[in-house]
Design a protein around this ligand. Structure first.
Ligand code: MTE
Length: 344
């Protein structure tokens, strides 16, 4: 997804499909006294011993830190049995890995450093405005919202357009539950979602001035009302870490990661199809729909398989990321009209 202005929104393939070792794995290995010559060969078959988890490197801040917010007593929530680890098809990816390998361009394009740069990002107090074509527009204090919603835990697959993937246990509530509270009017057809814009704390915004900030994304109302669409406020049974989009983000697991917008401040109901950041920045490569389909390649790389961020293993990508039973209906009839656009 990295976009360099000079190169006309082009990125090298090697950045789209990163090498098999992520985050500070090397640093953790060093702390275990096992790093040295032949690391590449060693780590290719390496699995994470639980004793290494969360240790980080002496003298450095740890990536695995969960904030202790006012509504922290709401976690862990009860696991929804429809979305357990077994249903996800693979074991949950260790928090060491997913908390130290993040796409959050407001902080840094380099995924391995986001967790350090979010340190000064203040996520309380935090308001979420829900507005537009609704009968009950409201501004929620995020902790009041968390306390008033039916929190549940779900293990979902996350598949980035860059062809890496992870299995993450999220905590949150169905987006549908919020929509029912604000009551969209009959004119509403889309939901536009917007991330906070605070360049003073989000240093990547200063570095990446050519993006049309703030980060913005959108769904149709039927997509937003789908059972899978969640507003997420926690992960790994704890309040959501900043690098994962604290205090509240969207998770729509059948769509590429870039639709899963972080650190939301506004949700607006509209009649017209809203613009989205990636589509505006690079319409040739990123569309509105972004449904996962192994048969529709990105213009510069295949989407047929994905690389698991923990083991580096390549596995086949599934249509709708394996969630077709929940979402395929949403697109019936549209395929004829939109074709591959549904999957870009
Ligand atoms: N949301 C915002 N505001 N800014 C971003 O840069 N990156 C997206 C998405 N949401 C992004 C964002 C992309 S490309 C991906 S793959 C996921 O967040 C990554 O989520 P994670 O870091 O929690 O794994």
């Amino acid at each position: 997804m990295l976009i360099r202005k000079r190169r006309g929104w082009e990125i090298p393939e090697r950045l789209a499909t990163p090498e098999d070792v992520y985050l500070n794995r090397r640093e953790i290995l060093r702390s275990m006294g096992v790093v040295g010559a032949g690391l590449g060969a060693f780590v290719s078959g390496f699995s994470w011993p639980s004793t290494a988890l969360g240790q980080g490197v002496p003298g450095e801040p740890r990536a695995v830190r969960f904030p202790d917010w006012p509504a922290a007593d709401q976690y862990p929530a009860e696991r929804n049995p429809l979305f357990g680890e077994e249903e996800a098809g693979r074991p949950v990816t260790a928090a060491d890995i997913t908390l130290a390998y993040n796409n959050f361009y407001e902080f840094r394009v380099d995924k391995r450093n986001v967790w350090k740069l979010v340190e000064r990002f203040e996520t309380r107090p935090w308001e979420l405005e829900v507005t537009g074509l609704v009968q009950n527009p409201q501004v929620f204090d995020v902790d009041d919202l968390i306390r008033s919603m039916p929190l549940e835990d779900r293990v979902y697959r996350l598949r980035c357009v860059e062809a890496w993937s992870a299995i993450i246990p999220w905590t949150g509530f169905p987006l549908k539950a919020l929509i029912e509270r604000v009551q969209p009017t009959s004119r509403a057809r889309y939901v536009a979602l917007t991330t906070l814009m605070r360049p003073r704390q989000m240093v990547g915004m200063q570095e990446q001035r050519h993006y049309p900030w703030p980060y913005h994304e959108a769904l149709t109302i039927p997509e937003a009302m789908n059972d899978l669409a969640m507003l997420v406020t926690g992960a790994y049974g704890k309040p959501l870490p900043k690098q994962m989009g604290a205090p509240i983000r969207l998770i729509v697991p059948w769509k590429f990661g870039f639709k899963n917008i972080k650190s939301l401040v506004k949700i607006e109901f509209t009649e017209e199809q809203p613009k989205t950041l990636w589509n505006t920045a690079n319409p040739r490569e990123y569309g509105f729909w972004a449904n996962i389909n192994p048969e529709v390649p990105h213009p510069r790389w295949s989407q047929a398989s994905e690389r698991l961020v923990d083991t580096g293993e390549r596995v086949p990508t599934q249509i709708f990321n394996g969630y077709g039973a929940y979402v395929a209906d949403l697109y019936q009839g549209l395929e004829k009209e939109l074709g591959d656009k549904l999957y870009r």
